[in-house]
Design a protein around this ligand. Structure first.
Ligand code: HGY
Ligand code: MN
Ligand code: MN
Length: 416
C-alpha cells in the first residue's frame, strides 16, 4: 500500500445506517430478517442496492442468474477488475449481517473512495450473488456455483422450492433475470467480507479472521419409507415407522460427527415427515444431513458411514431408504497472495487478528475456483448466526470493512 493509502478508513456510521436500512426489508418476526432468495423482499432489497450503487456512480451489470455487478471504473479499463461482494438473501430466520455485511461493506468502500477522490488502476466491482443460502432452492451458493462452472444454468433454473416453483420462473417473476451470460467475467481477484458465524474470534478477543481455508461440506437428502398407519390401533410389531427410522439415523449422524471431533460437524436442519398427522404413524421421512470438516478424507468417511449405517438401520426395521446428494463442495484453500493482503491490511491498521478456517460455506468457496480469492471475517456475538438474534458491533463491522478496503486497494493499486 502506498503511503497515500496508509491511513484510509471507511465511514462506520454510514455503513451502520445502510445495514439498518437494508434490515428493514424482509423483516423477520424476532428482529432479524426473512429476505429469502427470489421473493418480493429480495427484489426490494436488490432495488435499494442498485439505487445506492448508481448513486455512487457505478454501472450495474446483471447476469442470467440474477448476479448483480456494480462497477467502479479504474484508470486502466483493460486491467482485470478486483471483485468484492457477498449475498443479500437471508435464511427464513436469518440475521441482519450474514452476507449483507459483505455487500454493504463493499458499498461503503466505493462511497469512501468517492469521498476521497481516490482513483485505482484496476476497476473495482461489487457483487451481490443470487441464492447463497440455498434454503428455498438447494443447494447453497447456487448462482456463484453456476458462475464458477460447477452447475449448469439449466440445472439451476430447474431447482424447485417446497411449493414446486422453479428458480428460473421465480427469477423471471421478480424481474431480476439479466441478459449477461454467466461466468464470462474475468477477475484480478475476489475478496469477501463475512461475519464468522462461529465463536472463535469473539472468544479470543480478535477483531479480524484471516481466512486461510474453508471446510468442505456434503448435503445428503435421505428418504425413509415405511407405512402410514393408525397410531392407536396398530400393534407395535406391525409398525413400519419411518419417523423412528429417521430418529435412529439422526442419532447415527451425531455419533459419526463426534467420532471425528473436534473439527467435524453434522446435523439435519431440514426435516419433513408425511403425512405429519398426530394420529398417523409416519410412512415417509425426508431429511437433509449436513456434514462438514476441513479434511476431505474425513468428509468421505462420514458420507460412507451414513449410507452404510442408515441402510442397516432401515433393513432391521423393514423400512426403505434412498439417498440423494443435494449439495456440497470439497475443502478449499484460498489464494496465498490474497490471504497475505488481508493479513497485511489487518496488521497495518492495528487490528488484532488470527488465521481461521471458515466453518460456513460462502460464494468465495466457488469463486476460488476461477480467481485468486480470500476472505475477511469479523466476530459475531456468541458466534450466533442463522438466527434472528445474530448480532455484531459497529466496531467489528468497521474493522472488517477497513481491512477489506486495504486488501482491495493493495490489489487494485491506488493511482497518485
Ligand atoms: O450453509 C452455509 O454454510 C451458508 O451459510 N450458506
Ligand atoms: Mn452467508
Ligand atoms: Mn448464511
Amino acid at each position: 500500500m502506498t503511503a497515500a493509502g496508509e491511513n484510509l478508513r471507511i465511514n462506520p456510521a454510514r455503513l451502520w445506517d445502510s445495514l439498518m436500512e437494508m434490515a428493514r426489508i424482509g423483516p423477520g418476526v424476532a428482529g432479524g430478517n426473512n429476505r429469502q432468495t427470489l421473493t418480493d423482499a429480495d427484489a426490494e432489497g436488490r432495488a435499494l442496492f442498485r439505487r445506492w450503487c448508481e448513486a455512487a456512480g457505478c454501472t450495474m451489470g446483471l447476469d442470467q442468474m440474477g448476479n448483480m455487478f456494480a462497477r467502479r471504473e479504474g484508470t486502466d479499463p483493460d486491467a482485470l477488475p478486483v471483485y468484492m461482494g457477498s449475498h443479500l438473501d437471508t435464511q427464513p430466520t436469518g440475521g441482519k449481517y450474514d452476507g449483507v455485511l459483505g455487500v454493504l461493506g463493499g458499498l461503503e468502500i466505493l462511497r469512501t473512495l468517492n469521498d476521497l477522490g481516490i482513483k485505482t488502476r484496476h476497476p473495482i466491482v461489487l457483487v451481490n450473488w443470487t441464492n447463497e443460502e440455498g434454503t428455498r432452492f438447494a443447494p447453497a451458493m447456487l448462482a456463484s456455483g453456476v458462475f464458477a462452472g460447477v452447475h449448469t444454468q439449466d440445472w439451476a433454473y430447474a431447482r424447485t422450492d417446497a411449493e414446486g416453483k422453479t428458480f428460473g420462473a421465480e427469477l423471471q417473476r421478480i424481474g431480476w433475470r439479466g441478459e449477461e451470460t454467466v461466468g464470462q467475467r474475468r477477475m484480478r481477484a475476489y475478496f469477501e467480507l463475512h461475519i464468522e458465524q462461529g465463536p472463535i474470534l469473539e472468544a479470543e478477543g480478535k477483531d479480524i479472521g484471516v481466512v486461510t481455508r474453508g471446510q468442505g461440506l456434503v448435503w445428503t437428502q435421505v428418504t425413509v419409507t415405511g407405512k402410514d398407519a393408525h397410531t392407536g390401533s396398530t400393534p407395535m410389531p406391525m409398525r413400519k415407522n419411518a419417523g423412528l427410522g429417521m430418529a435412529r439415523i439422526l442419532e447415527l449422524v451425531d455419533e459419526i460427527a463426534w467420532s471425528h471431533a473436534p473439527h467435524a460437524v453434522g446435523a439435519a436442519g431440514h426435516i419433513v415427515v408425511h403425512p405429519n398427522s398426530r394420529n398417523v404413524i409416519p410412512g415417509t421421512a425426508i431429511f437433509t444431513v449436513d456434514f462438514r470438516t476441513p479434511d476431505l478424507d474425513v468428509l468421505r468417511d462420514m458420507e460412507a458411514r451414513l449410507h452404510k449405517g442408515a441402510r442397516e438401520i432401515c433393513d432391521r426395521m423393514g423400512l426403505g431408504v434412498a439417498f440423494e446428494t443435494v449439495g456440497g463442495f470439497d475443502p478449499v484453500t484460498f489464494d496465498a497472495d490474497c490471504v497475505a493482503a488481508v493479513r497485511a491490511a489487518a496488521e497495518r491498521l492495528g487490528y488484532s487478528h488470527r488465521d481461521i478456517i471458515s466453518g460456513a460455506g460462502h460464494d468465495a468457496c466457488w469463486i476460488n475456483r476461477v480467481a485468486p480469492t480470500a476472505m475477511v471475517m469479523c466476530p459475531c456475538v456468541d458466534g450466533l448466526s442463522h438466527n434472528e438474534a445474530e448480532e455484531i458491533t459497529p466496531d467489528w463491522a468497521r474493522a472488517g470493512t477497513d481491512v477489506l478496503l486495504h486488501a482491495v486497494l493493495e490489489t487494485a493499486g491506488i493511482v497518485e
